[in-house]
Design a protein around this ligand. Structure first.
Ligand SMILES: NC(=O)c1ccc[n+]([C@@H]2O[C@H](COP(=O)([O-])OP(=O)(O)OC[C@H]3O[C@@H](n4cnc5c(N)ncnc54)[C@H](OP(=O)(O)O)[C@@H]3O)[C@@H](O)[C@H]2O)c1
Length: 336
């Protein structure tokens, strides 16, 4: 392969918008780091729900971002030249990107990188990146979670859910989770969830009110959106916060607004991918200060469901599509 080319997973359009286009490994141009950026050789990345949308043409990268899929990576610094000496060649690093994680190399601003703690492998760091950034940012920086509060987390067995349960516990708060089966609730309780609600067989809102003695919750980490919105307004306490990070249950809803005023609620929409360079710099700095020590000490840990070689990316996507996974599905350029 020429030096200015690299292998990457690319999307071959096989149908129109919404079709499950084919994925394959191909050669693409190598990213060229701009001033302040580092070139990283990727050893592993993870599969995120957003990748399934991007593949179908439903979640294009923001302007200026790589068009290659992949929101996170773990690897080694190969070219630290243009970034003022923050990183050295061979440093083990991980992080989030707006695109490009499914390529063998990524170019990323030096300030957005996080060092991989000694105890974590590349696979574990890749499994941690997007979901711990997402859970941390939305629980604490957007949701203002405080010790002693109670949080409802939807999809406790998701990548984001498994990270959120542990971060909520580590902050001295109480996580209640939903999941679609008893098989997923049990490991969520082991991770630290106080209660698990099967959203397929129970009305989650009624159960939350029962479990909290009618008090409700302080914060909801919501990946569902429209179909749960009215019930979220019902179960939030006075000054409660609803942080919407996904719309798996629809984009459009009509709700009664009066409780928003009387309970002084906040509804916050949040996406990491479109944050500016400066916002991601601040987020990464906060993450290095507040989450990295938890990962380094083992107080919180990434949950890996399965590792696939990058060549088996189709199988990895199918696993997320079918939904039987608990935690993260990871792709590796090395041995799984
Ligand atoms: N805004 C951001 O920056 C950002 C960043 C990362 C992720 N996200 C969002 O966070 C969510 C999780 O992402 P992920 O990659 O961790 O996903 P994932 O591992 O594929 O998990 C999806 C989860 O959704 C749960 N679920 C589906 N329908 C549900 C319902 N009606 N009620 C409760 N739970 C339901 C599933 O539960 P069962 O399998 O138990 O049925 C599963 O745990 C996605 O919506 C994703 O788009 C947002």
């Amino acid at each position: 392969m020429r030096k200015d080319r690299m292998p990457a997973v690319v999307v071959r359009e096989t149908g129109g918008r919404g079709e499950w286009n084919r994925l394959e490994l191909d050669e693409v141009p190598m990213p060229s780091p701009q001033s302040g950026e580092v070139l990283v050789q990727v050893e592993a990345c993870s599969v995120n729900r957003a990748d399934l949308l991007q593949r179908r043409g439903l979640y294009p990268p923001p302007p200026g971002a790589s068009t290659i899929m992949g929101l996170d990576f773990a690897g080694v610094v190969v070219s630290p030249a243009s970034q003022g000496g923050k990183w050295r060649a061979d440093d083990r690093v991980f992080g989030i990107v707006a695109g490009g994680g499914y390529g063998r190399y990524v170019a990323i601003p030096a300030d957005h990188l996080v060092p991989i703690p000694e105890k974590l492998s590349f696979l574990e760091a890749a499994a941690a990146a997007e979901v711990f950034f997402t859970a941390f940012h939305n629980l604490f920086r957007e949701g203002g979670l405080k010790e002693g509060e109670t949080v409802l987390i939807h999809g406790g067995g998701s990548g984001v859910g498994t990270a959120a349960i542990q971060l909520v516990r580590s902050a001295g708060a109480t996580p209640i989770i939903t999941a679609g089966s008893e098989e997923k609730i049990a490991p969520c309780i082991e991770l630290g969830a106080a209660y698990g609600i099967n959203y397929r067989t129970e009305d989650f809102a009624q159960r939350v009110m029962d479990l909290t003695g009618g008090a409700g919750v302080d914060l909801v980490l919501d990946s569902i959106g429209a179909s749960y919105l009215a019930r979220h307004i019902e179960i939030l306490k006075t000054c409660g916060r609803l942080v919407i990070i996904g719309l798996m249950g629809g984009h459009t809803a009509e709700i009664a607004l009066a409780p928003l005023l009387t309970k002084r609620l906040r509804i916050i929409g949040s996406v990491l991918r479109t944050q500016s360079h400066a916002e991601k710099t601040a987020l990464a700095a906060d993450f290095r200060q507040r989450v990295l020590p938890l990962l380094a000490s083992g107080k919180v840990r990434p949950v890996i469901h399965r590792v696939f070689p990058i060549q088996a990316v189709e199988k990895a996507h199918n696993m997320l599509k079918e939904g039987g996974h608990f935690g993260k599905v990871v792709l590796t350029w090395g041995e799984p």
